[in-house]
Each structure stands twice: as C-alpha cells, then as structure tokens.
Ligand binder design. Structure first.
Ligand code: NAD
Length: 368
C-alpha cells in the first residue's frame, strides 16, 4: 500500500541532479522499509517554459494541489533572464505558493558537528544547533495595500503597508505550536509590539492561541531586533521561532548562515490541512539553480535530501524515518565525505553529487 503521493518538480540547473539523489532515497524507503510512495514528476521553471511556453502548466498545478507533498528542486538560469516577467521561471514557484496558500514557511537551522567550523561563529555557539524558524509567508508588508510610489507635496513617497488579520496570525501560530509539540516544546514569537500596532495584535493573538489551545508549550515573546541579536549571541536558547513575513525573511537568513553552506539548507512551506488531514505542502532547498556548477556533478544534494526528510516528518508523520535520514547525512559528514562546497582544505578530492548520494544510501543501509 502506498504511504502517500509525491509530485517531484526538479526544475532547472542543479535541481534535477540533486533530485536524482532524492529519487534513489525514495526508492530505498520502498525497497528496504516497505514504505512505497506514489511518485509522479513534472516540469517547472525554465524547463516547463522550454516545453510548454509557461513556467508551470495548469495540469502540473492541478497535480500539485492533489498530492500529499510537492518536492521542488530549483528554477532559473541565465538563459531565462531576459524573458517577460509573466513567464519567468520563478513565476512557477510563486504560483505554487499562492494557489496552494502555503502560509507557513519552515526554515530549520541545524548545524552538524562535522561542519561547525564552517560557521562564522565560534564552534561552541553553533555545534549541535537545531532551531526552526516559522515565517508567515502569504501576508504582511509584502502584500498589504496601499502600496506604491506616489506624489505628495511635490516629492515622491514610497508606501508599503503592514497588515495582518487575526486569523492570519492565528493559523501561523498554530503551525508553530504544532511543530513545537514534535520538537522541544518551546516557541518564541518575535514582533515589534513596542512600535507597531500590527505587532501588538500579533502578540495578543499568539498569546491567546497559546492559552486556549497549546498551554503545554512554553511561549515567550521577543522584539525582533533583540531576536536578531540573540540569534547570533546564543542561538541554542531557541527551539521554534514564529514571526511575520518581513522579520522572518531577515531572521531566517541570519539563522541560515549560522550553519555554513547554502548546499545544506532545506525548507518546507505548509498550508491548511487537506481532507485527509495532511497539510498542503511544498519542500525545497533554500539554494537556487546554481548555473555556475550545473551539469558538472559538483552540486551538494544534501539540502534537497533534507527537504525530503522534512516531508517524511511533516507530511507523512514518519518522524523516525526522518531521523534515520538526517542521522545518515550526519554520519556521512562525520566520516569526512564532502562535496566541493564543503571543502576548505586544499588538495582533497571532493565527492561528486552521486558519490554523496551513494554514501548516504550506504549509511541508510548501515542503519538497518
Ligand atoms: P544559487 O543559490 O543558485 O547559488 C549561489 C552560489 O551557491 C553559487 O555559487 C552556487 O554554485 C552555490 N550553490 C548553491 N547551491 C549549491 C549546492 N547545492 N551545492 C553546491 N553549491 C551550491 O543563487 P544565485 O546564483 O543567486 O541564483 C542562480 C539562479 O537561481 C538564478 O536564476 C536565481 O533566480 C535562481 N534562484 C532560484 C531559487 C529557487 O528556485 N527557489 C532560489 C534562489 C535563486
């Protein structure tokens, strides 16, 4: 029996190379763990534009709406830079996020011990770090009206509007509390309630959702600027951080860099539960299509592989299997297997994308 359905959208550049390693891992789960997924694949981004003249066909969009999890590679490349805005590769991803209404963006910042020296911070500050930033993704200042550049008193004025409804705040707060229940049970909400009315409402609603529905979770509040400082001072004080679209954009990038390479960072974007109780979900690495190394076997597939681990945990409720995959990655790194982006020693031969996949599969075998 199938555990659930997955749509793979490899995209452009290194997307297909990294996703090929994920496919091998999905097959491994079918063969060795009896966990068969119903997998389909389609085009997105420049690849879809080349074939169909659009970065995402309606058929692919419909499929994405009906599966349990979408695994997304990366899109874009110099070949598409001059295309009209409406058919640019990124529009495919934006359409998926918008039509699936993926309001909670999950960005883990996890530092594997073996890579702690890659961080710009001291080893003891980041080694073993495991935090999760939940960013509200579909509202706030990037969407609020009025917006634009207007004339006023003989000069131009640029306007954006921070706007949040109670229900928008409540649903992302619930996502954070649910996650905390699967983790260390702590949520820190970040806002600017000291200077923004939208922040006062944010804080009130998060507190109310906590008190009424999640009293078992330890909730704290922090001003987002202080949060930025604390993230670089002692990030291990956090478990789950929940914040709005703008602050989340900044804080998740700060947290990402605590851990070193772009090739290591997964993400998930979740929406409302579907009829089967599973959330609408899209999983993707944080990095782009890396055209500078595409097609050369140099890409680090770990960010895409760890995104699949997130799918195991958050779409399929297979937390133990997600742990197994994350531990396999950890073991491979501890054994010294490195793609080029993770090497700072001269003279050491980097592993290719598929050699990294081989090593992770061997570690999975060893976990049985
Ligand atoms: P990028 O993330 O693609 O690459 C930045 C640098 O990091 C490059 O030097 C690249 O080689 C390296 N890198 C990234 N991922 C790596 C990996 N897995 N292994 C090894 N090295 C890796 O960002 P960019 O260069 O600014 O953008 C390239 C293209 O990707 C552009 O067309 C951009 O629009 C697109 N992009 C797409 C997404 C997405 O699909 N979600 C996100 C960001 C950028």
């Amino acid at each position: 029996m199938s555990v659930g359905s997955i749509l793979i959208l490899p995209g452009d550049g290194i997307g297909p190379e990294a996703m090929a390693e994920v496919r091998r891992i999905i097959d491994w789960y079918g063969d060795k763990r009896g966990l068969a997924f119903d997998v389909s694949e389609d085009l997105v981004g420049g690849a879809a534009y080349d074939a169909h003249g659009t970065p995402l066909t309606d058929a692919a969009m419909d499929k994405a709406q009906s599966v349990d999890a979408v695994l997304f590679g990366a899109v874009g490349g110099p070949k598409y830079d001059t295309l009209d805005f409406s058919v640019k590769p990124e529009r495919g991803l934006l359409r998926l996020r918008k039509e699936m209404d993926l309001f909670a963006n999950l960005r883990p910042a996890q530092c594997f011990d073996a890579l702690a020296d890659f961080s710009s911070l001291k080893r003891d500050v980041v080694a073993g770090l495991d935090i999760m930033i939940v960013r509200e993704l579909t509202s706030g200042i990037y969407y609020g009206e009025p917006r634009g550049i207007f004339e006023e008193n003989g000069e131009r004025v640029g306007i954006n509007t921070q706007r949040y409804t109670e229900s928008e705040i409540a649903r992302v707060a619930r996502s954070a509390f649910e996650l905390a229940r699967k983790r260390a049970g702590k949520v820190c909400s970040m806002d600017k309630a000291n200077v923004m009315e939208s922040g006062i409402l944010w804080r009130e609603v998060v507190q109310t959702v906590h008190d009424e529905e999640y009293p078992d979770i330890e909730l704290s509040h922090m001003y987002a600027d202080a949060g930025g400082m604390q993230l670089t001072r002692w990030p291990k004080q956090f478990d789950v951080i929940v914040t709005d679209n703008l602050f989340g954009d900044l804080l998740s990038d700060v947290a990402a860099m605590l851990t070193g390479s772009l090739g290591m960072l997964p993400s998930a974007s979740l929406g409302a539960p579907m009829a089967n109780g599973r959330p609408k979900a899209l999983y993707e690495p944080v990095h782009g299509s890396a055209p500078d190394i595409a097609g050369q076997g140099k890409a680090n597939p770990i960010a895409t592989i760890l995104s699949f681990a997130m799918a195991l945990r958050y779409s399929f409720d297979l937390g133990d299997e997600a742990d197994r995959l994350e531990k396999a990655v950890e073991k491979v790194l501890a054994d010294g297997v490195r793609t080029a982006d993770l090497l700072n020693e001269e003279g050491k031969m980097p592993a290719t994308t598929s050699q990294m996949g081989d090593a992770i599969l061997a570690a999975l075998d060893a976990s049985l």
